[in-house]
Design a protein around this ligand. Structure first.
Ligand SMILES: NC(=O)c1ccc[n+]([C@@H]2O[C@H](COP(=O)([O-])OP(=O)(O)OC[C@H]3O[C@@H](n4cnc5c(N)ncnc54)[C@H](O)[C@@H]3O)[C@@H](O)[C@H]2O)c1
Length: 309
């Protein structure tokens, strides 16, 4: 019987599936106790993390002698030194595709909300006001151009939902040739990054955080976006300059923004986002829904069990 350690939250029924087959430590708070995390890492055959556990350095050294597999309850691998894991014979298993629908729905939902802006009237209406004239300029999503930066699992799912609500969809992904069949299948035009950025009404980011994407959306890139365009970042903090987003919204160069991920998480109390218009901030939940948590958790439970044999 192997020993499995789960350091962050996981669907309880998937946890039970692991516990039925092996010895299991499930402690969603383990990630916050560095000393205990190191001790438990040294005594496991499989290690299951979400995005907060940093699998590198001392933690990786503690894991290496015994552990065979690291399951990642999600897809971004920027919290795992994959090359160093592989060099030590540790297999890293991400939950590829399992939360794509959740992120894609977040993107289209945020775009609808930010274009229309009607929902910001709630407090005014409760207070007996009727700001109908002020809200008569809300924009429709149908016919707008959605620009996707990164056209992998989530980018493609977002394209399908965007097309379903009547958007024209363009995308840029350096790893996919412009004649890749998936573009035609989904009715998406492959464009250069500059063309996507300059022409889209809604720009949504779906790239991993790697050296080539760090600060990809800095002040200069944001300035290239169409006046009034919407920027949505569900990919990773560090890809977008958060202060530049706030400034572009204040200047009304951007018409709205939704940020789910931040360079530092949790976001420390942040003065530069205060009183910024048409901004939605969420705590890294775009990929986390009840359904996605179940899919991600069962996929990783099954693959970890398979890897343990
Ligand atoms: N906010 C959340 O809850 C949440 C949930 C899931 C995933 N994510 C993030 O979304 C990212 C994308 O997930 P995915 O499942 O679509 O991954 P994926 O690997 O299927 O697709 C990523 C795509 O980005 C492309 N890419 C790499 N560098 C690029 C660049 N410089 N310009 C344009 N494209 C580039 C790759 O070629 C690939 O096709 C993940 O890496 C993760 O960081 C966030």
């Amino acid at each position: 019987m192997a020993r499995i350690v789960v350091t962050e939250f996981m669907d309880e029924r998937a946890v039970a599936l692991l516990a039925a087959r092996h010895e299991l430590l499930y402690d969603p708070k383990l990630v916050d106790d560095a000393a205990r995390l190191l001790r438990e890492a040294a005594a496991c055959d499989a290690f299951v993390v979400r995005n907060r556990t940093q699998v590198r350095g001392a933690l990786l050294e503690a894991l290496a002698p015994r552990c065979k597999v690291v399951g990642r309850l999600g897809v971004g691998l920027d919290n795992i030194d994959v090359a160093a894991c592989e060099a030590r014979g540790l297999r890293v298993i991400p939950a590829t595709g399992a939360n794509a629908q959740a992120v894609a729905e977040y993107v289209i939902g945020a775009a609808l909300l930010l274009l229309r802006q009607a929902f910001k009237a709630t407090h005014a209406v409760i207070g007996g006001n009727w700001p109908r004239a002020e809200l008569s300029g809300g924009r429709e999503i149908g016919g707008k151009r959605l620009g996707l930066v990164g056209f992998g699992s989530i980018g493609q799912r977002t394209a399908a939902l965007g097309r379903a609500v009547g958007m024209e969809v363009v995308a840029h992904d350096p790893a996919l040739p412009a004649d890749a069949a998936v573009y035609a299948t989904l009715g998406v035009a492959a464009l250069a990054l500059d063309e996507v950025v300059r022409s889209a009404d809604v720009v949504s980011l779906h790239v991993p955080l790697v050296d080539s994407t760090r600060s990809l959306f800095d002040a200069a890139r944001i300035a290239q976006m169409k006046r009034g365009a919407i920027l949505i970042n569900t990919a990773r903090g560090g890809i977008v300059d958060e202060r530049a987003v706030a400034e572009a919204l204040q200047r009304e160069h951007l018409g709205g923004a939704a940020l789910d991920v931040f360079a530092q998480e949790p976001l420390p109390q942040s003065l530069h986002f205060e009183r910024v218009p048409n901004l939605v901030l969420t705590p890294h939940v775009a990929g986390v829904t009840a359904e996605a948590n179940e899919r991600v958790s069962f996929l990783i439970a099954d693959k970890v069990l398979e890897a343990l044999g």
